[in-house]
Design a binder for this molecule. Structure first.
Ligand code: FES
Length: 165
């Protein structure tokens, strides 16, 4: 077992746990987007960033392993600001049609925006002009893709199909 401090709380977690897993064990919530529990993690969204004492850069908590004696902050002003900018940048490349979207009010990305209090983007962004893809037997609107790769991971690792990329 390893022992670390997250937001001032002493946490004991199994060897090999990520910071995110250790935080969850201690009842501490870190927002995520691309993370799929129990599956491989690619760390593409960086929404789960945290501050680690002694490290200059913010680190993705779903990737970095927790270590003995680590001191982590998941909700400092620096972390909150970084998260907002990261979310805002993803939102800037997303269609602005939530009100008419079939996932309105059940959308994980939208819920995160509400949590972070970002309802509109501050960046120009670039929403791709791509038509609905029906080729893999599912309706796939790539304009709404936030590049989390969860669908790709699920298709490959859970279904064993690898029909989408
Ligand atoms: Fe950690 Fe996306 S949830 S990088």
């Amino acid at each position: 077992m390893i022992e670390l401090t997250i937001n001032g709380k002493h946490i004991v977690a199994p060897e090999g746990s990520t910071i995110l897993e250790a935080a969850r064990l201690g009842g501490i919530t870190i927002p995520t987007l691309c993370h799929l529990p129990g599956m491989h993690t690619n760390g593409s969204c960086r929404i789960c960033v945290v501050e680690i004492e002694g490290q200059k850069k913010l680190m993705a908590s779903c990737i970095v392993k927790a270590q003995n004696g680590m001191v982590v902050r998941t909700n400092s002003e620096r972390v909150r600001n970084a998260r907002k900018i990261l979310y805002d940048l993803i939102l800037s490349n997303h269609p602005k049609d939530c009100a008419s979207c079939m996932r309105n009010q059940t959308c994980e990305f939208q819920k995160l925006g509400n949590t972070l209090d970002i309802l509109e983007t501050h960046f120009e962004g670039d929403v791709p002009h791509i038509r609905l893809d029906m080729s893999a037997g599912i309706a796939r609107d790539s304009r709404k893709c936030i590049l989390c790769r969860r669908c790709v991971t699920a298709c490959v690792d859970m279904q064993g199909v690898a029909a989408i990329g």
